[in-house]
Ligand binder design. Structure first.
Ligand code: 13P
Length: 256
């Protein structure tokens, strides 16, 4: 299979949004819309963990998979407020986002902590979506590759090649998140090619590489057309069923 014919993966990151009634409407619409997509596009939603049971009951039997936005670095114990990866697995989840830039920035998560969380997710049978990305200052200083390379290396160092092959990696430039200012397809492809080479050196060249940061219905197709962009991690636009499904359809239009 050539790179252009890779299957695509589109995952919504709801962040701290949603209420029971609105979730039900959104999840039903996504399940219905995803049922009309070709099998070459996989669709997922990462919800606040409190809504996992609701999400499972509404999506089970649909083609849409689900997950959470973080997991604890511990498996169990006296860690008030934390949610452990095995608890997440209890609700049929597939994904756990780890190392999102909002957690690195607002919760002071270090690269080392992100690596431990990745291990906990893998042990629980979850697919970690490991997020990497540079700030505007880092990009302007010419250190994008150094920053995302170091973030990825910290995770890969702790994993075997088999474990690394079970990851999804998301490139999310911090300056593009929630700003309406996406990376251009050339900028994103360049970083994705760099990450692909890094993963290939670990024996994990086929890890799906998602782009995240102001993906919208009108820029999704151009981004997803790039050979090393295997799909998207969608924030704001994943909260509107029409926008999210339009992005999924854009993935379908370029999927093999
Ligand atoms: P936006 O799509 O709202 O820019 O968010 C991207 C993101 O952070 C997904 O994890």
């Amino acid at each position: 299979m050539s790179k252009q014919q890779r299957a695509k993966l589109v995952v919504g990151n709801w962040k701290m949004h949603g209420r029971l009634a609105a979730n039900a409407t959104l999840l039903r619409a996504i399940a219905q819309g995803a049922g009309e997509l070709p099998a070459a596009v996989r669709v997922g939603v990462c919800v606040p963990s409190l809504y996992l049971a609701q999400t499972q009951s509404l999506l089970e039997g649909s083609p849409v998979v689900w997950g959470v936005q973080d997991v604890s670095a511990f498996t169990h114990g006296a860690y008030t407020g934390e949610v452990a990866a095995p608890m997440v697995s209890d609700f049929g989840a597939m994904f756990a986002i780890v190392g999102h830039s909002e957690r690195r920035a607002y919760h002071r998560e270090s690269a080392e902590l992100v690596a431990v969380k990745t291990q906990r997710a893998l042990e629980a049978g979850l697919t970690p979506i490991v997020c990497v990305g540079e700030t505007l200052e880092e990009r302007e200083a010419g250190s994008t590759e150094q920053v995302v390379g170091a973030q990825l290396d910290e995770v890969l160092e702790k994993l075997s090649a088999e474990e690394a092959a079970r990851l999804v990696v998301a490139y999310e430039p911090v300056w593009a998140i929630g700003t309406g200012k996406s990376a251009t397809s050339e900028q994103a492809q360049a970083v994705h090619a760099f990450l692909r080479a890094r993963l290939a050196a670990k024996g994990a060249a086929d890890v799906p590489l998602l782009y995240g940061g102001s993906v919208k219905p009108d820029n999704a197709e151009e981004l997803f057309r790039q050979p090393d962009i295997d799909g998207g991690l969608i924030g704001g636009a994943s909260l509107k069923d029409r926008d999210f499904l339009a992005i999924c359809k854009a993935a379908a239009s370029v999927a093999g």
